[in-house]
Design a protein around this ligand. Sequence first.
Ligand SMILES: Cc1ncc(COP(=O)(O)O)c(C=O)c1O
Length: 376
Amino acid sequence: MKLEPFALERNQSLWEHEVEINLTESGVSPVTLGELMDDPRARPDLFDLKLGYTQTNGTIELREKISSDYKGTSAANILATNGGAEANFVAAWYLLHESADRDELVVLLPNYMQLYGVWKNLGGRVKPFHLKMTSTGWAPDIDELEAAVTRKTAAVAICTPNNPTGAILDESQLKQIADITYDRDAWLLSDEIYRGAELEGPKAPSAFDYSQKVMVTSSLSKVYGLPGLRLGWIATSDSQTAEEIWAYTDYTSICPSALSDYLGTIALSDDVKTRLEQRAKGLVGAHWHIMKEWLDKNSDLIDAVPPKAAAICFARYDLDIPSLELTAKLRMEKDVLIVPGAHFGMENFLRIGFGYDEQKLREGLRRLADLLRSLS
Ligand SMILES: Cc1ncc(COP(=O)(O)O)c(C=O)c1O
């Protein structure tokens, strides 16, 4: 079977280090090692760290810190992974492999397309249900979900806060999704990697609180500005499942890197975690104003439902040019990289990341407006 490529990641991998202005990043600007270890007393310990294999599902200290975000759990409910990418991969592999007679994944679209692609590439069947643009924002089509989930459904996969829209599923939407899923005895698989990067208000609700059969995947890559650590996790509603999925990471990466486990434990210690979360909220809030000003100024060319979380804006343009062609033109003529809506299966949309450098964001937006205007 031929591999269906992960178009979004492939395109970023090819160009993100070639272009002058990269607006494809969905998280906030990475922190330096110095910023993370801002207590100089901790530094000598870093140099004493033995770079051996770690506890392969993550050290107990790390997993305890991760578990503090999921009510009623302990380290035993957590499996540490290499990034959210490995968390999603092994969750999909486990669910497809272990769900007897069930080979369907019902996926909320638009979405970061990893689970969609992995499931298909592993030989499973994928059924969509959609986030629809309404007058009050993006909302999941619950009727479509109800019709899609069957006794063949192994899991329902959601992403909240959502990539690419920045929409948050509220408590009542999560409850409805969780109830429908549980009713058909399927797993709820929720990618919550952007939880904690809300533009305002409290942390987005977690699917973890709405089902007894739930897995949440996440990582330090987006909110905490630490994508280079490649540290992620799966939190499961029962510890037995976390242990079973652990057997799958024996085949993929064996363990998280010792350095990442160590630094991840520091990042998730109470004071550093709060500091990094505040940093993320500060960045998304401030840079959203730049985006919003630009959208208002160019409202004859492009518009967007404001995101509620994550440093991404999913904007719609009204021109007769496919998003792949438009973004290729932008890269070749203006040296700016953004993500075409086509990579989320949505034409006439563009995903613009606004969490990194402010000056580059302003200049990239200026060049994008120039291009859109020249085509209109
Ligand atoms: C929704 C979502 N899940 C997972 C990932 C992968 O995260 P990581 O870099 O931690 O592997 C991404 C990366 O963009 C993402 O947007």
